[in-house]
Design a protein around this ligand. Sequence first.
Ligand code: CO8
Length: 255
Amino acid sequence: MNNLKIERDGRVVTVRLHRPHVLNALNGELLAELLEVLGELDTAPEVGCFVVTGSEKVFAAGADIREMAPRTAVDMAAEDCFAAWETFADLRTPKIAAVNGPALGGGCELAMMCDLVIAGESAVFGQPEIKLGVIPGIGGTQRLTRLAGRAKAMDLVLTGRTMDAKEAESCGLVSRVVPDDRVLPEALEAAATIAAYGRTAVRAARECVDRALETGLRDGIRYERRVFHALFATHDQKEGMTAFLEKRAPRFTGR
Ligand code: CO8
């Protein structure tokens, strides 16, 4: 891996973006590596959560401008540039973004593709692509609007201004703000908690929450109920409820 550092601790896999000379700018090779590693781990029953992080100074300063700059519209369309990021978003294993410093452009979009975002007090979020003569291209206009609302999305996307962690938390982009040195420990703790639950239920929960952004209320509630019913076919449902009644800790197997 040229652009990532991967660590595994129990059921949690941490992916560290590692292109320090360009503030972790996201290039094609990094994306290919990310999909290669996480695509395989996504189906491994012994893995329960991913943590995606950068360095203590920067999460990611966006898509790699040097790589993009010379491209033509035909190049971009021919390779459907950035479409593969949706494969990352669609991984079924929960993903936690642990963000210190700037998460700009593609970096902000990457954080928004994750299921939880844990940010340090110094984290900065924004979609500054307008300053480069383009617009967000990895889901920014869509996810930011759904998460933070139209008013905030228009403000960030049209002015290119950034927002701090507190503002990002108050508008729904960030799950938790913690002191900078607590970002990774807190993300790992949350990841270990999630990874210890029944894998089938965790994946179902994640899918149902995301469904709320894609469908109307009636359909979403019916979808949730059907998924809830289906979970009664799992060993983990029997185990979880029996353990509660027997006043002991459950032993989930993911089955
Ligand atoms: N790409 C490539 N290189 C970068 C990037 C980037 N996104 N960001 C920083 N770098 C490089 C710099 O060029 C510099 O390199 P060098 O040392 O060789 O000059 C090095 O990283 C350090 O950067 P700075 O000197 O600028 O560091 P500062 O601490 O002064 O500033 C900032 C930090 C504020 C983060 C600043 O680097 C910055 O503004 N970066 C660009 C942020 C940005 O505009 N991001 C959006 C990129 S576009 C995008 O993400 C989505 C495009 C969607 C296209 C859709 C197509 C389908």
